[in-house]
Write a protein that binds this ligand. Structure first.
Ligand code: SF4
Length: 250
């Protein structure tokens, strides 16, 4: 007993008490800020491996950005990545960051379906579908339930079967091979159900966007309730996005 108490005392608090105000290390790349500095915008846009940078005015689409950091490394006065991990939104347009913009990314309350607050704010079970993911976002989603992030404190958990789930979380660009299993998983989830896209690959296809091996008709044909940018997503980005979607006040 004494030994256990000593270990507990030595380790201190393992969980993050307030997930909305947690600090992340400075090396984390979160919401970018684009200054008004004059640069060769074409050269800047050409750097980007996923065409996430658009010129005139300069904008970055976080749904396409892999957060590689190359643009800020070569143009540090023009693009700076902050440590703001609150990147999730339900409005695809909000993921496009413009020159001079410093506003945080938030959800559009008008786009949140009414039943989401009413039915899921006390308990939300999710089925994760790795649709040709590379296991990076999947690992981070697993971390959401660990002792540090403890997403379960809000009643949010991943479950094994879509029949026990209230929605699906898609990772990966969705290969042709995974398009049917994805549709079957969605069909097996009882209504009303939500769809969350976690990570750059799921939101836009990422570096696989133009590949003939992917099939994104599922995304085009269904309403997306939450976009969670990141490559991979950070647990704080995912959890804070869900809290906002569910209207959970901390
Ligand atoms: S950090 Fe994003 S916007 Fe910048 S070059 Fe990499 S992918 Fe493109």
């Amino acid at each position: 007993m004494l030994k256990t108490l000593k270990i507990l005392y030595h380790q201190g608090k393992q969980y993050i008490p307030d997930l909305t105000k947690a600090k992340v290390p400075g090396i984390f790349r979160g919401r970018p800020e684009i200054s008004l500095e004059q640069v060769d915008v074409k050269a800047l846009a050409d750097i980007c491996p996923t065409d996430a940078i658009m010129p005139d005015p300069v904008r970055i689409d976080l749904g396409r950005c892999t957060f590689c950091g190359e643009c800020s490394r070569l143009y540090p006065g023009k693009i700076r990545f902050t440590t703001d991990y609150r990147l999730s939104t339900n409005d695809r347009k909000m993921l496009i960051i413009s020159e001079g913009a410093v506003d945080p990314i938030r959800l559009n309350p008008d786009l949140i379906r009414k039943e989401i607050h009413k039915i899921f704010s006390g308990s939300l079970k999710l089925r994760q579908v790795s649709a040709a993911g590379d296991n990076s976002c999947e690992l981070e989603l697993n971390a959401c339930g660990n002792v540090n992030f403890d997403m379960g404190r809000y009643g949010i958990e991943f479950v094994a079967s879509p029949r026990h789930a209230d929605g699906i979380v898609i990772t990966g660009p969705i290969s042709r091979n995974m398009s049917e299993p994805l549709q079957m998983t969605y069909d097996a989830t009882p209504s009303p159900k939500i769809i969350i896209l976690a990570g750059t690959d799921a939101i836009s296809g990422g570096i696989f966007e133009s590949s003939s091996a992917i099939d994104r008709r599922f995304i085009e044909n269904n309403h997306i309730d939450l976009y969670v940018p990141g490559n991979p997503v950070h647990p704080l980005t995912f959890i804070n996005g869900l809290l906002d979607l569910l209207g959970i006040t901390r």
